[in-house]
Design a protein around this ligand. Sequence first.
Ligand code: FE2
Length: 274
Amino acid sequence: MRLAIVSDIHANLEALRATLESVSADGVDRLLCLGDIVGYHADPEECVALLRRCDPICVAGNHDRAVAGRITTEGFSADAARGVAWTRKRLSAGAVRFLAEMPLQACVEGAVVAVHGALLPEGGCEMTRLDTCERRLRAFEALAAHPSGARVCAFGHTHRLGVYELRNGVFRSRAEDEVALRDDALYLINPGTVGQPRTEERRATYVVLDTARCTAAVKRVEYDVSPALEKARKAGLLPPRSSPIRAVTGRALRRLGLYGPVKRFVRSVRRGTA
Ligand SMILES: [Fe+2]
C-alpha cells in the first residue's frame, strides 16, 4: 500500500490544491490526514469539501476539535483562538459534523498508527507536541505497546517535518528524503505542514509511505502563497501586510537560517520568558 500522509492544512486552499495534485501524480492508494484541516487561513469550508472528495482517513487536530466545540481554546495562542472563532461562524453544519466525528486515533491496515499530536501511554493525542527527545522516546514506548503491532506512528501538530527511528535502543533522526524502513526498528513520522509553515521550509510538505517497499519518501510542493495570505489578511486572521523593512529583514534572516531562532527569541521576550 502507498499512503500519502498530510497534516496541518489550516484552511490554506492553494496549498491543499497543489499538494493534492502532487499526491495524485504519486499514484497513491489512500490519503491519510493527521488533522488541523481548519484554523489560521480563510478557506475552511472549501478545504473540508476538497479533502472529503478524496475519501481520506482522518484524525482530529486540536483546531478541528475546537471549531467543532469538542474542546475549548484554552491554551491556544491569540491568533489561533481568533481563527477558531472566525471559522466556527462560517462553516456549514455538515462540515462541523465531519470535524466533530473525526477520531483522535486511527490505525491503517495494522501498519500505521495515526494521531495529530502524540501517541502517549496517558493519551492527550491532539494537544501534545512531540518536540523533545524525551517525549519522542515515550511515544516510541507507546508505539511498541500498541495492540495493532504497527511499527510506524504518523503524527503532526508541530508543523515540522521529521522521520525518527528507534533501533536496538538507539534513537536517531533520519534526514534523507527517502528513508528505507527497517523491520527491526520503530518509526515516528511527521509529514510537516501543508498550509502553515513555521520553519525556513516555505513549501507544502507531505510523506508517501510505501508499506510494500518499506520506504518513507518526503515530498515538497511549491505553490503561490500570496492569495492565501491576502484572503487571511482581509478576513482579519493575519495582521496587515508587513512593512518593506520587515519583509527585507525577514528574507535576509531566512537566507542566513536565523529566521526561526530570532522569531522564537522575540516571542519569548514578548512573553517575558527570555
Ligand atoms: Fe496545526
